[in-house]
Design a binder for this molecule. Structure first.
Ligand SMILES: [Zn+2]
Length: 285
């Protein structure tokens, strides 16, 4: 069992260059970093390679979050083309830095039925994968994420369907998003188990070795996700403790990316919670 923890983006109190992030995280006991390219992929090849070098040196696992401006199910052909292009550009940068996974939000239903939107999304994604292969971009997987708003493609079922249909796809399980999308459904260990069990049964090793998780407390309304909250804001869920217990019981490898407003600080807190539970159960890492 190995569980890695790290922030989605630059640590909150860090002021240096991105290349220095892995050393900073390692000093805090963290060992994962999800590089944020959510407003566009702007990193140069040399900086990406230097970041990758530092990440390897400090044993920090990298992933990359692709731009938000991706809609693989748009009604506009140009938007789909641009979205495919952004995803391939993200994959290229991820490959430079040795990031293992390109996380992305699949898109929006728009005026399409949910089934039709997912079908178009899958077709577009297959074309992106073709381009990734043609260009010989190596070492990366594409990670469609469970999304938090009911207007977005990305229910657990849809993410599973996408991953079953398209090569190189590995699901990203954002528990806060699932929680928000379904009005607070994650409360117990069993709620987590149902999700992880389904993902494992339907997708197998590519999905759970390791399980790539986004975690934060979250506020939600009718349309789903409203805003992220810190781990100390106990009025909000989903609760981390039952997930930590379940990971230990399953002996699962996981990468837990903190999307809390205090990114790395809550990653450290989650890591402590997991380690304390491991210790009290006599489990070694
Ligand atoms: Zn995301």
């Amino acid at each position: 069992m190995r569980v890695r923890f790290g922030p989605a983006g630059r640590p909150v109190n860090y002021r240096g260059s991105t290349i220095g992030v892995p050393a900073y995280l390692r000093a805090k006991g963290l060992d994962a970093f999800e590089y944020q390219a959510v407003r566009g992929v702007r990193i140069s090849e040399s900086d990406a390679r230097a970041l990758g070098q530092a990440a390897r040196q400090y044993d920090v696992l990298l992933s990359l979050h692709a731009p938000y401006a991706i809609n693989l199910a748009s009604e506009k052909v140009e938007t789909i083309e641009a979205s495919i292009n952004r995803l391939v550009t993200a994959a290229r940068a991820a490959s430079w830095m040795g990031a293992y996974l390109v996380v992305f939000h699949p898109g929006y239903y728009g005026k399409r039925s949910t089934a039709e939107a997912v079908r178009v999304c899958i077709e577009s994604l297959k074309r992106a994968v073709e381009l990734v292969k043609q260009e010989n971009i190596k070492g990366i997987l594409l990670g469609p994420e469970t999304t938090g708003k009911t207007s977005q493609i990305g229910s657990l079922d849809e993410v599973i369907e996408i991953c079953r249909s398209v090569d190189l796809c590995k699901p990203v399980i954002d528990f806060a998003h699932i929680h928000a999308r379904y009005q607070g459904i994650i409360r117990t260990k069993d709620d987590y188990l149902k999700i992880i069990d389904r993902v494992e049964k339907e997708l197998g090793d590519i999905a759970i070795k390791p399980l790539h998780i986004h975690f934060t407390h979250v506020d939600f309304g009718k349309g789903g996700e409203r805003e992220h909250r810190t781990l100390d804001e106990k009025d909000y869920g989903p609760p981390f403790e039952p997930l930590a217990e379940l990971l230990i019981e399953l002996g699962l490898d996981a990468v837990i990316i903190s999307e809390s407003p205090v990114l790395d600080e809550d990653a450290v807190k989650m890591k402590k919670i997991l380690e304390e539970k491991m210790k009290s159960r006599g489990v070694s890492s």
